[in-house]
Design a protein around this ligand. Structure first.
Ligand SMILES: Nc1ncnc2c1ncn2[C@@H]1O[C@H](COP(=O)(O)OP(=O)(O)OP(=O)(O)O)[C@@H](O)[C@H]1O
Length: 463
């Protein structure tokens, strides 16, 4: 893998991506960090913009019907940073071998994108790392349970041991793996992330360990596996509880002896890989039922990092929501949106079974659907039959002055709305009222219901 570094400050970046939403979000993010960005939705459109004149090209590997790796040749000598999803990790490995400077995986993580772009371009990097001291970049939250997690990361990262990260889905296990890699001596080598649940069981062994030509039907050429691709670096195996038993046996050999044997090969190769595994399942009880090898479990569990579910992070929820909301506002070019008091109460009262990912999605929905400056409970679209939480909604933590201000704004806006409607509804139609308030008729109707001021039926005017 060749790493291209340049010392001049980054100025122009070309994004080649056929998905409009991703392209737009990436452009907005990079422009916020003072990069000049142009975009193309296809190889042809990219070529027309003379990619070789840019300072960096960021290209999706799976352009609709086109092979993104072609951008490497089209852009030379400009460095190319490739984007991929879990399904096309194989292509990413090939692209890295062919000279891509690095690879970022989808769904894109804002902090990772900014840090990677800064690193591969040699530019000074993000203007500020939003993370407070001691909090790994990209992670939000400072409650006591998360402080323990950060301390574990800080102590474990340099130790070069295998780590087992446990937590419910969406609690940030992959973020922990990234932080461990970044803070380790392997930081400059590749981090290969594989979601074992996303690869079909029949393919997973050859994906991980590679195969020789003719090893099985369809194996037309020899292939390097992802374990070998991580040589010198870190391999993150998410959802390791889904790994079939045969693959578990091969993985055990890698951990015990550093040995790897491609499928269909008699030759043993040696790799130097640090393994980080994650699961939301109880591996010990899986091993009792014979689904997970106990010896592998013990090998994996040298260090354990447990992530708390979001519902147990009371002190953090609103702080996380605030930062995720700012990010969503930036992605959708809706600056300044805030959560209404009722929305904040609902966020605190909800059990968040999908954890931070679910909160991220709800806020994204809120930003897209909000009509005024505030996001209301309906915009968040939380399931109506809320799973109850131990903490009642009234237990909202003390407000910072910022929260206090937005609470007052919220109240005064609702007061203003109510006042305006009551004062003018006799003279104005619903359409006129909605226009004056800058909201849709539907939104006016919904707010009337919520505030208990439904429109009274007007007596029909006689001609
Ligand atoms: N502490 C956190 N701070 C900021 N973002 C977070 C945090 N935890 C999770 N996220 C965000 O939530 C989403 C899910 O995170 P991640 O993929 O790391 O979770 P996971 O536990 O690996 O989930 P799964 O097991 O379903 O793969 C990501 O978009 C991530 O950025």
């Amino acid at each position: 893998m060749s790493i291209h570094m340049t010392t001049r400050p980054m100025s122009r970046i070309l994004i080649v991506e056929n998905e409009d939403a991703t392209r737009h979000a990436l452009k907005t993010l990079l422009e916020r960090h003072a990069y000049r960005v142009e975009e193309a939705a296809s190889l042809d459109a990219a070529q027309a913009l003379a990619p070789q004149t840019f300072d960096l090209v960021i290209c999706d590997l799976r352009l609709a019907g086109e092979d993104g790796t072609q951008m490497l040749a089209l852009s030379a000598p400009t460095p190319v940073l490739v984007m991929t999803d879990h399904a096309s990790l194989r292509k990413a490995v090939v692209a890295l071998k062919e000279g891509a400077v690095d690879c970022i995986t989808k769904p894109l993580d804002d902090d990772e994108v900014v840090t990677t772009v800064a690193r591969v371009s040699g530019s000074p990097g993000p203007a500020r790392d939003a993370s407070p001291p001691g909090v790994p970049s990209g992670m939000i939250g400072e409650c006591a349970a998360m402080q323990c997690v950060y301390e574990r990361i800080r102590k474990t990262a340099p130790a070069d041991v295998t780590v087992l990260v446990q937590g419910e889905s969406g609690t940030g296990k992959e973020l922990v793996a990234r932080a461990l890699h970044r803070q380790s001596r392997r930081a400059k080598a590749p981090l290969i992330c594989v979601n074992c649940a996303a690869i079909p069981e029949t393919l997973i062994e050859s994906e991980l360990f590679g195969h020789e030509k003719g090893a099985f039907t369809g194996a037309n050429s020899a292939r390097t596996g992802l374990v070998e691709a991580a040589d010198g670096g870190t391999l993150f195996l998410d959802e390791i509880g889904e790994l079939p038993l045969d693959a578990q046996a091969r993985l055990l050999r890698v951990l015990q002896e550093g040995e790897i044997r491609r499928i269909g090969s008699v030759e043993t190769r040696y790799v130097d890989v640090r393994l980080i595994a994650a699961t939301h399942r109880d591996l010990q009880s899986l091993s009792r039922s014979g689904e997970f090898r106990l010896d592998l479990y013990y090998r994996l569990n040298v260090m354990q990092i447990d992530l708390p579910p979001l519902r147990e992070r009371d002190d953090d929820i609103l702080a996380i929501a605030k930062i995720l909301l700012e990010r969503a506002c930036a992605r959708h070019a809706r600056p300044g949106l805030r959560l209404s008091r009722a929305a904040r109460r609902d966020i605190l009262g909800y059990a968040w079974p999908g954890n931070v990912r679910e909160l991220e999605n709800a806020l994204e929905r809120g930003v897209i659907l909000a009509e005024g400056h505030l996001i209301h409970p309906d915009d968040l679209g939380l399931p109506s039959e809320r799973a109850s939480r131990a903490t009642p909604p009234s237990a909202e933590p003390p407000h910072s002055s910022d929260d206090e201000a937005s609470l007052d704004d919220d109240l005064s806006l609702e007061d203003y709305f109510q006042h305006f409607v009551l004062e003018h509804q006799a003279q104005m139609s619903e359409t006129e009222l909605a226009q004056k308030l800058g909201i849709s008729r539907k939104c006016l109707w919904e707010r009337r219901q919520r505030l208990g001021i439904p429109r009274k039926k007007q007596p029909r005017r006689m001609a």
